[in-house]
Design a protein around this ligand. Structure first.
Ligand SMILES: [Zn+2]
Length: 137
């Protein structure tokens, strides 16, 4: 067995039963990197300390054997950030298609809808709540 195969085998054995990387882990790793870079540019020692604390927390979570607690933390993080990620994705898509479609919200439930530009006034039925209203495009 080569040196690299032995090293890989040892690492696999070490990581068995441990939590590993997840979305929260990637976020804390990147946030720690950003804080460390900011600290090196600005010379503020506190940022460096915060970055180091995030690295330590990331490693603690990756090597933790308490899957249940780490999964709960990650689920909270995903629940907090998924709404924001969806809004950013929708905004980018709207900006890309703004010349082709007119975007508007349902007056009743506020869901985002769209109409092809230049089709005139249409009777709209909301896909979520079924509310009917007229909309120009
Ligand atoms: Zn609606």
């Amino acid at each position: 067995m080569s040196f690299w195969a032995k090293l890989k085998n040892t690492l696999v054995m070490f990581m068995q039963g441990r939590h590993g990387a997840d979305q929260l882990g990637m976020f804390t790793l990147i946030a720690g990197l950003v804080l460390s870079l900011l600290a090196s540019f600005t010379g503020i020692g506190l940022l460096s300390l915060l970055g180091l604390a995030l690295y330590v927390w990331t490693l603690f979570r990756m090597f933790s054997r308490n899957h249940e607690a780490r999964m709960k933390e990650n689920q909270k993080y995903v629940a907090l950030t998924s709404g924001a990620a969806t809004k950013v994705r929708q905004f980018i898509k709207r900006q890309k298609n703004r010349k082709e479609y007119k975007y508007f919200r349902c007056p009743k439930c506020k869901v985002l809808l769209r109409l092809k530009r230049g089709c005139g006034e249409k009777e709209i039925t909301c896909v979520r709540c079924g509310h009917q209203f007229k909309q120009k495009a």
